[in-house]
Design a protein. Sequence first.
Length: 301
Amino acid sequence: MNATRPKLSIVIAAVNGPEVLSQTLNAIDQLAERSQIEVVVVGTESVNAQAVVRGLHGSFRVVLGGQLTEGIPRLRHRGVMAANGELIAILEDHVDVDKNWASTIFQIMDDPTISAVGGRVDAGQDGWVNWGVFLADYARYIGPVEEGDHADLPGNNIAYRREALLAHADSLAEGKWESWVNAELAGEGHRLVSTNHMVVRHCKRFKLAEFLRLRWHFGRSYAGMRIADLGPLKRLVYGLGSTILPVMLTVRATRLLATRDIPRFKLAKCWPLIAVVMTVGAAGECIGYLFGPGRSLEQVR
């Protein structure tokens, strides 16, 4: 093992502006394990990443030349390929890490049979729109998440063993999300573990129209990737089948959220917005199945 290699590299694609990125990096700087961590920030035209990291502590590396038109997965791939850590974590540029975040990763990954660990995502903003968007977007990863072996891990709160991620980093380079990487790892028999002790808080504030636009583009890009190798007839079948997605996704999210640590009044208050978000995302998926992803991945933030 390289003695100079950091124990953990954290890869962050800077796409949402300097304010939220600064908050995320400041939270990382407060970790007790900071001396063992390298932070790799992939800069884009929307953020002067070099200016943001100036004055912060610990090891930072800025990868220049990223373009928003590449899409977040490809930007993350740039960071992954520049990372030196024994472990490589992926975070969004608008989350706060809990004080036990890194220590949890180190403790769980001490088991050499585990290739990846993911945690839970908590809400970091108040307000009806912020809560409704958060509940719709992160239903699967709101606590309590499943403890132990589990392949469905959040792409904005996950850490991989270096060699496992690099073996499948081509998926990111192709514009695919971490869920593709996780599925490939699980299919090869790798252990992926979920825990409630590895926590990030989602701190980006949303305007409703902005988020619905992002949700539509995410749905289209996701569906387009899923059917990239299918013929026209199968695409049509998927597209027609997606017409039931608004109801199916809303019901699934509602049942799942009912098992989470969310006040029932807040869930009921946000439910209409959850239904709207699911419907808009399903509409994007329908277009993606029928006509492919277009350039929607470039719009996802």
